[in-house]
Design a protein around this ligand. Sequence first.
Ligand code: NAD
Length: 440
Amino acid sequence: MKISVIGTGYVGLVQGAILSEVGHDVICIDIDELKIKNLKNGIIPIYEPGLEKILEKNIKSDKIKFTTDIKEGIKDSDIIFIAVGTPPKEDGSADLQYVLRCAKDIAKNIEKDIIIINKSTVPVGTGELVEREINSYLEMNKKNYRIDVVSNPEFLREGKAVLDCLNPSRIVIGLENDEIKDKMEELYSDFIKRDIPVVFTNRRTSEMIKYASNAFLAVKISYINEISALAEKVGADTEKIAYAMGLDDRISPKFLKCGAGYGGSCFPKDTKAIVEIAKRYGENLEIIESAISANEKQKRKMVEKIVEKMEGIEGKQIGILGLTFKPETDDMREAPSIDIIEGLVKKGATVKVYCPKGMEEGKWRLKHLGEKVIFTENTQQCLTNVEAIVLVTEWEEFKNLEFSKIIENLKDNFFFDLRNLYLEDKEIRKLFKYYPVGVK
Ligand code: NAD
């Protein structure tokens, strides 16, 4: 099939790459000229394991192309994906301006019947809204094309996006017109052949599935974080609690890892957005609201613990390992590291930071903290002359640190392991005043 993907971010670019990999002809469109120029030259704007290789192969064989020109980008397409951002507005609701701009751009430029698939995470009713926007433009301009807007939310995880897109746990398709079901089956035929479950439903249900899934995962993380706070107080071990809970297949061990709080471009924004959607319909989602406030509390608790154990941090220097919200990504959107660093600086500390892929984004996201944040080039530099190590993101390269060397350059030996990476290390408590999460 001939497919256009509008938006070449974490979702659009990976989705475009995978669709080309499974045999479709893909053209990716973005308003960001530099991004498109770079992509045309084989420079990938995001870090996502495996993406570069797939893109390289499909660019070479002309299966995927890039443009900033929407007219050019959609003229031959059977299907147009919308995969632009839906960031949170001040009140937490999803900002639909980018999605609606796509609707307008599509309306102005289509020259035949078309299927539009919305991959962005959007509030219930957005499919109708997009359809209405396009149809009213077409009517006004006396153009008689049939458009169908389908909801097809994306469930990929950053850092594993290529794998997830190739082997999704499920494909959810929300349609209002059963006549286009065949087209959707053709689009996803490679996945259907491989027995990947496809859930056909109506558009509103599909839009809800995405928010309900993300909110559930956020609740699960906040739940175990809350348990971890109590476990620390009563002298219990959260890692063991989570392990034993997870052996029950009604619970599952996934997303039962305590830590510094969830972050990223999805959970914080999607939990707030579903709460706002509910309010509009006169419902209170109390469990999700609690998960949101528990998450804020968790990040604050990390700072409080550091301040308490170090008996104040005024004038002290602290080394932060990891900025991105999780490993294997360069994305720092709503990363717990931001709140933690802001909290430490507010209490008078200077922080030295190092992250394998987050330095570039870190430099502008933490700019407001000025000289209080020192960017370093590697772990060793970061941990020289600091009084405490705070391990925020569990990057592979932080898993086997040579502490016997590191400790020589430290000014004091506090180690706050916010990901419990060294919990099982027998030497760690001999070398450091070691503070994991959820374990005494
Ligand atoms: P992103 O910010 O990384 O990328 C969005 C891209 O869209 C940018 O390159 C931007 O320049 C482009 N864009 C904006 N308006 C445009 C327009 N009118 N025409 C062409 N291009 C335009 O966003 P993302 O992380 O890929 O997320 C996209 C959507 O997918 C969001 O709704 C998000 O909630 C959802 N989602 C994200 C993830 C994830 O892990 N990032 C996972 C599942 C779902």
